[in-house]
Design a protein around this ligand. Structure first.
Ligand code: 5GP
Ligand code: MN
Length: 344
């Protein structure tokens, strides 16, 4: 861990060494595999140690992340505010995982900011904002799950890693690296994976649970998007897909169905920048992916009120879907030089 001072780790160790604490773990809004895997993995470990642990998610998460064997209580705040509020009120310690801006907690943002007892952040996104007492922020890590494995060992809870915890953390690493396709340049990622394998985890079961668990409608939506909605701009080495609410309804959209769509155009030779715009209730959600050194997080921050990692980021737009698409295409010439210079 390069960024986190030893005193922070020592303090976190001290906080969590107390007898039987009530701990609540909060992942980011619309949690992905790393957010859920990190939350469940950490919850399992802290439960094994003897704490009473609950996870409160800001909203629902995809079915393909619901196969975990874990018995940790997970409350979806959007659906059950009463239980969510009670658990947070009762907590001695709140741990946020896989985000570093309070607004990424969505409906839980205010609760998070108002929480007056100990707050610990564990995250791997760049440019953290300081809203927790103890910030374990390590952007060089592939995933929050990989980071949690190291943190847990450093604070002396390595013996509390259960098989369920190892499966959850492995899932976080698997999904945030796109099944070991990106963010895997550091040996530590594979070192942690090899340590996790010693817990007897079933990697094929996890692979199936995450990647072979879709509805037929989701596959048809993917086919439709690639065939009819993808626009490729070879002159800008970019591609964009837009999906309207009506199209989502037509394919009986369920949360998580569009996960991973944005990655497909990057497998076209020479394409270095891929964008997905999805029309939601009150805004358009944007996903950005790139190869090489094209900084999608800067692009997201400057033009779509967002952020994230260099090669994987997101944002939003209050314009209509069509206007958002137009705004994007009008921005491309400005980035032509950078896009053409991107080394892959
Ligand atoms: P995705 O495209 O899968 O939704 O998100 C990709 C990455 O960008 C994730 O690491 C996520 O945390 C980050 N991200 C997505 N949307 C936003 C956003 O609206 N704001 C910020 N700051 N980061 C985002
Ligand atoms: Mn992550």
């Amino acid at each position: 861990m390069k960024n986190t001072e030893i005193e922070i780790i020592t303090s976190v160790k001290h906080v969590l060494a107390e007898d039987k604490l009530n701990i609540v773990i909060v992942p980011h809004e619309s949690p992905d595999g790393d957010a859920i895997g990190s939350a469940i993995g950490l919850a399992e470990i802290l439960t094994d140690y003897g704490h009473s642990v609950n996870i409160v998610t800001p909203n629902d998460y995809p079915d393909f992340l619901k196969w975990f064997a874990s018995e940790v209580n997970i409350i979806n705040y959007y659906d059950d505010k009463k239980s969510g509020k009670a658990v947070i009120k009762n907590a001695d310690v709140l741990v946020t995982v896989d985000f570093n801006e309070a607004s990424r907690a969505g409906k839980l943002e205010k609760k998070l900011l108002k929480f007056s007892k100990t707050k610990i952040l564990i995250d791997h996104h760049p440019y953290p904002t300081n809203f927790c007492d103890y910030m374990i922020s390590e952007p060089q890590y592939s995933s929050t799950a990989e980071l949690i494995f190291d943190v847990v060992n450093q604070i002396g809870l390595g013996d509390n890693i259960t098989q369920n915890a190892a499966e959850a953390l492995y899932t976080g690493i698997l999904t945030d690296t796109g099944a070991f396709n990106h963010n895997t340049s550091r040996p530590n990622t594979f070192k942690v994976v090899s340590e996790l394998m010693k817990f007897g985890i079933d990697t094929e079961k996890i692979q199936s649970g995450v990647y072979h668990n879709f509805s037929a409608n989701r596959m048809k939506l993917l086919g439709y998007c690639l065939n009819e909605k993808m626009v490729v701009y070879p002159e800008y080495r970019s591609a964009v897909i837009t999906i309207s609410k009506e199209e989502l309804e037509r394919f009986d959209f369920k949360p998580g169905d569009t996960e991973g769509f944005v990655n497909y155009p990057l497998s076209i030779k020479n394409i270095v920048f891929s964008v997905l715009f999805i029309e939601k209730e009150k805004l358009v959600k944007a996903s950005f992916r790139s190869k090489g050194n094209f900084a999608t997080n800067q692009f997201a921050k400057e033009h779509f009120n967002g952020g994230g990692h260099l090669n994987a980021s997101g944002g939003e737009s209050k314009l209509t879907l069509k206007e958002t698409f137009n705004k994007f295409t009008q921005l491309l010439p400005e980035f032509k030089h950078q896009l053409l210079e991107t080394v892959i």
